[in-house]
Design a protein around this ligand. Structure first.
Ligand code: PHE
Length: 339
């Protein structure tokens, strides 16, 4: 009988030291669990005189009930405290300003490329992409620029081992297309090119877009008409083009193409250096030798080709004065090209 009182006091004391509901549960098991102290009392029943057993049994049951109530009360208190703590820890201040997501902007060179691809796709050109690592044959020889030809000096080439090189011009792609397809051919080919050249308007890596049309009866007039279309779409509706004689080994005749200054309309300003015209690309009729190199009969077919620098167009169009701005990835610069 005394044991029950001792156990009750002990349980009470221990339960009150519990810091959380888990610790309380452990204590509860120590007394009321299957191997707990209260349960152990009942196992002693046999040692008690028969006439005292009912009273003892009742006493142990009362103890069990009383402890269960106490534990339940304490557990409720602890659980409440734990919930309050958790809620306090997880509180969200809905008045804190959110993190801003700054929308990105397309790079000016990407914009120019997309615009050109759209424009040419709209008049029936397919897009062809050639490799950036080329060999001498595609970049020079097949383009009528044999070894020791002085025109190889027009472009400072990055040579790799085993006769490979970083292409200096997307014109290399002309050969790949003409080799693998029969006319009619009508492609544009945007991509990176590489030249050992470095100043405010030249960068060792830049982008070009090549255009090539080969079919029966193609003339310089077709090139000229298409260039007018290009100039109006790329710059302003009033923009005109002008062809000046030039030289490229893979075109004959070759031309340098100017557009009327879209900044001053041709009167003369700093952008066009007072001339009213701005040079934008090189072009010409595909050289008969180049057609022959690709297995196309120059007596049956003719074609024109053109190549333009995307950085140059972007710089002119957006008034960018240093090509380095295009590769520095300064967000203050890039953010200015949002629509
Ligand atoms: N490949 C020439 C260059 O990089 C441009 C060009 C292309 C000229 C096609 C004529 C025809 O300078």
């Amino acid at each position: 009988m005394e044991d029950t009182e001792l156990i009750e006091n002990e349980a009470q004391r221990e339960a009150e030291t519990a810091q959380d509901s888990h610790a309380l549960y452990e204590i509860k098991m120590k007394f009321l669990g299957r191997t707990g102290k209260v349960t152990a009392l009942l196992k002693n029943m046999r040692e008690i005189e028969a006439d005292k057993r009912p009273a003892f049994g009742k006493r142990v049951n009362d103890l069990r009930e009383s402890l269960e109530r106490k534990f339940a009360l304490l557990e409720e208190k602890l659980k409440k405290r734990e919930l309050e703590r958790r809620l306090a820890a997880e509180e969200i201040d809905v008045t804190v300003p959110g993190r801003r997501f700054k929308p990105g902007a397309l790079h000016p060179v990407t914009r120019v490329r997309d615009k050109l691809v759209d424009l040419f796709a709209g008049i029936g050109f397919e897009v062809f992409e050639g490799p950036e690592i080329e060999d001498q044959y595609y970049n020079f020889t097949a383009l009528n620029t044999p070894e020791d030809h002085p025109a190889r000096d027009m472009q400072d080439t990055f040579y790799l081992s085993n006769g490979f090189l970083l292409r200096t011009q997307t014109s290399a792609g002309q050969i790949r297309v003409m080799e693998s397809r029969k006319p009619p051919i009508k492609i544009v080919s945007p991509g990176r090119v590489f030249r050992s050249d470095d100043d405010a308007t030249h960068s060792p890596m830049f982008h070009q877009m090549e255009g090539l049309v080969v079919d029966r009866g193609i003339t310089l007039c077709d090139l000229s008409g298409m260039l007018d279309e290009f100039a109006r779409a790329m710059f302003t509706k009033e923009t005109k083009t002008r062809l000046r004689p030039s030289y490229f080994p893979f075109t004959e005749p070759s031309v340098e193409v100017d557009v009327s200054c879209f900044s001053c309309g041709g009167k003369g300003c700093p952008l066009c250096k007072g001339t009213g015209w701005i040079e934008v690309l090189g072009a010409g009729m595909v050289n008969r030798k180049v057609l022959k190199n690709c297995g196309i009969d120059p007596d049956e077919y003719s074609g024109f080709a053109f190549g333009l620098g995307l950085e140059r167009i972007a710089m002119l169009k957006y008034g960018i004065n240093n090509i380095k701005l295009l590769t520095e990835n300064d967000v203050r610069f890039l953010a200015q090209f949002k629509d």
